[in-house]
Design a binder for this molecule. Structure first.
Ligand code: BTN
Length: 149
């Protein structure tokens, strides 16, 4: 009955029943979030450091949006291939900074998803305005499939 059934598939199904994923989540590549923002993470190095580019779909001043660099770190030592990570986006078109922290998961369909939480810091002109400087939120990123020409 089991003849011809790939061993990995059987193993995946068995472990999946216990919520254990065989697939690994890899940060490298093109991602899109629930706001429509895109980011590209270039190769993660041997220490877990990575760089990338962020194209936000929303901004305080949307007419000024420009692609902005990001710098991050991920754990390499976790056992189930679903590492935590963090990155900072240095917005090139404003004086704001965003930090994201999250975990790279493989969901029940085998799809990679980045569950993140962020802090967005706007520049304030005075210390009295500090109360208005920070926004907190969440974003979920899924892998952007290659676009057909
Ligand atoms: C700015 O408005 O000065 C910079 C753009 C900030 C965009 C924020 S960062 C958190 C959230 N997630 C996104 O993809 N975009 C917004």
């Amino acid at each position: 009955m089991m003849q011809g059934t790939p061993l990995l598939l059987v193993l995946s199904l068995a472990l999946g029943a216990y919520g254990i994923s065989v697939e690994k989540c890899n940060l490298t590549g093109h991602w899109k979030n629930d706001l429509g923002s895109n980011m590209t993470i270039t190769a993660v190095d041997e220490k877990g450091n990575f760089t990338g580019l962020y194209n936000t779909s929303v901004a305080d001043n949307p007419s000024k949006i420009l692609q902005s660099p990001l710098l991050g770190f991920q754990h390499l030592t976790n056992t189930n291939g679903q590492p935590t990570f963090g990155f900072t986006v240095n917005w090139t078109f404003s004086e704001a900074t965003s930090v994201f922290t999250g975990q790279c998961f493989v969901d029940e369909y085998g799809k990679e998803v980045l569950k993140t939480m962020w802090l967005f810091r706007r520049h304030q002109n005075t210390i009295q305005d500090n109360w208005n400087g920070t926004v907190v939120g969440t974003n979920e990123f899924t892998r952007l499939e290659p676009q057909m020409e």
